[in-house]
Write a protein of this length. Sequence first.
Length: 352
Amino acid sequence: MEGSFVGITLFAIAGLFSASFYSPLKFVKSWSWEVMWIFYAVMACLVAPILIATITIPSCWSAIGQTEFHTLAWTFVYGAMWGVGGLTFGLSMRYLGIGLGTAVALGFCSLVGALWDPVKNGTLLEIASTKSGMLVLVGIFICALGIAINGVAGILKENDSVSANAEGGSSNSDFSLVKGFAVAIFAGFMSACMNVSLIEGAPIAEAAKNLAIEGGADPKFADLFQNNATLVVTLMGGFLTNVLWCLYLSLKTGTIKDLKTAGAFKGIVYLILCTLGGFLWFGQFFFFGMGKTKIAPDYAFASWPILMAFIIIFAGIIGLFLGEWKGSKPVTKAVLWLGILVLASSTFVMAG
């Protein structure tokens, strides 16, 4: 794939940002999750995309203004659906455990996000008929295999934890295979709508690029940053679902009072942490959007599973360094490393 090395490097940077965004949020102690998430969502889904798009591709607002309503609507709706996917993701872990729940949800998210465009446009068989296209498809399924192996590592980790605590039995009293798979598949499908939104919003990006070039911008930069225009609309949809749900929870449980009880000083510190977390999270799609411009259009559908692979790779490595796998048996860590290596190999296969 032309320019694949640069594209995959940008996807790797995006994966690192995604895997590390939650680190600052761990220090938000006196706010409940839903209160913290409101401020995080404001930064990640509104402030960061609007600020970055305005700086990197100022023509984005003109492009959005002249885009047909149905394109804007579907871009927004799919963004909102992605927001629902993120909110239900946690339920898959509740019913299946962290390892299996993450593997099923991300595996389905990866496959749906990758195959949506080729299936919708009827080009899947055409892609599979070429050597390079078949390599990309094989790489996608190797990626799914790597996610599954990481899921096995997660299950082993949970079992190790149960054994270490001498509790016996399942560590998850809410475990339900049927409910868990249903929720995980739903969460995976809805989460994949982020990529679908970017695909449906491609006319916004194209218009922003053309307007920028007409206005005298460097064509290389206009091409590189064009997807930031689409992200503004996509993440407005995600912001709506996230904030509405968190507001509902905070009002229902009374945790909105955390804003007052935490005090002004902590409030300012927490706001800074939420800002940092939000900008780190948005960084993944900032670099992902740039990476997509470096991948040949015929194989751009492979971008999504490559991003998912790098997210899991860096999440696993960061988790090891932070001691999240401390106490796990050697075989458990070996399976984790195997999954990471399989995921890494899938990116090389898809690079052709």
